[in-house]
Design a protein around this ligand. Structure first.
Ligand code: ADP
Length: 250
């Protein structure tokens, strides 16, 4: 689904990503791991349109998407969780989910004036969809909670929920498990797995929690010093001597 070819991203003279080549298969939950400073976030940013790569290519289903800005990637169904606007703290969780970008009839004042009934209908449909998303994520009880009152982990779930309000096909998750308690981490992991199996989402996730990665991801891609060091199942990469060395060296 995604192929990254020989990607280089330099900051000044320093190659944060130094010729990385990797593939993300459609329907996979691909894990991206590696020691701090390995270039994982920079690679994510290059694929998701945050940075333009210095050289190399990013392909989506064979089409060259190198350097496309995030909003164009969004329309292709590629998004990165952090690129979705942060929550609106004084609005409820349901209202936050309803704030999906683009496409609403109510976007212009004039259409709002002339097409009130259509907008009300659209709002009802959006609210119903938001409730369905919350039900899927097993957090219906949070629908009327102000988003600002959510815990860090619940906000991550809300982020996942917002991807479900869009036409996402591949979602890049950056440390979705960081600072999240075990119970909620389990809920987030289940949601990722079910989105993958039942809704056909492809995921690529950076994560430090190896248990979480091991439970969810196949394959796991290990980066070090801006390059891909190994790709395989968690068991395979853990048994790889170069991988062990890269981790011990930091
Ligand atoms: P990881 O996500 O694997 O920890 P990063 O992609 O964040 O690694 O960083 C890789 C390297 O690139 C690090 O040495 C980091 O200091 C450097 N780096 C990242 N972003 C920038 C930037 N905007 N300017 C300069 N150096 C950067």
């Amino acid at each position: 689904m995604i192929r990254v070819e020989n990607l280089v991203k330099s900051f000044g003279g320093f190659h944060a990503v130094d010729g990385a080549t990797l593939e993300i298969a459609e329907g996979s939950i691909t894990g991206l791991v590696g020691p701090n400073g390995a270039g994982k976030t920079t690679l994510f940013n290059c694929v998701a349109g945050v940075h333009a790569p210095t050289s190399g290519r990013v392909l989506m289903g064979g089409d060259d998407i190198t350097g496309l800005p995030p909003h164009e990637l969004f329309h292709l169904g590629l998004l990165r969780t952090f690129q979705i606007a942060h929550e609106f703290p004084t609005m409820t969780v349901r209202e936050n989910l309803m704030m999906v970008p683009g496409g609403q009839t109510g976007e212009s004042i004039w259409s709002a004036w002339t097409r009130r009934a259509a907008i009300r209908e659209e709002e009802r449909a959006l609210a119903a969809r938001a409730d369905e998303v919350l039900d899927f994520l097993t957090v219906s009880h949070l629908a009327d909670e102000k988003a600002g009152n959510l815990s860090g982990g619940q906000k991550k779930l809300l982020e996942l929920g917002r991807t479900m309000m869009t036409e996402a096909r591949i979602v890049f998750l950056d440390e979705v498990g960081a600072g999240v308690n075990r119970t909620l981490l389990g809920t987030i992991g289940d949601a990722i797995q079910r989105l993958n199996r039942e809704r056909g989402y492809t995921f690529c996730m950076i994560e430090h929690d190896m248990d979480f990665i091991g439970r969810l991801c196949d394959p796991v891609i290990v980066m070090a010093e801006g390059r891909v060091l190994a790709t395989g199942t968690m068991a395979e990469v853990k048994a790889n001597e170069q991988v062990v060395e890269a981790y011990l060296g930091t």
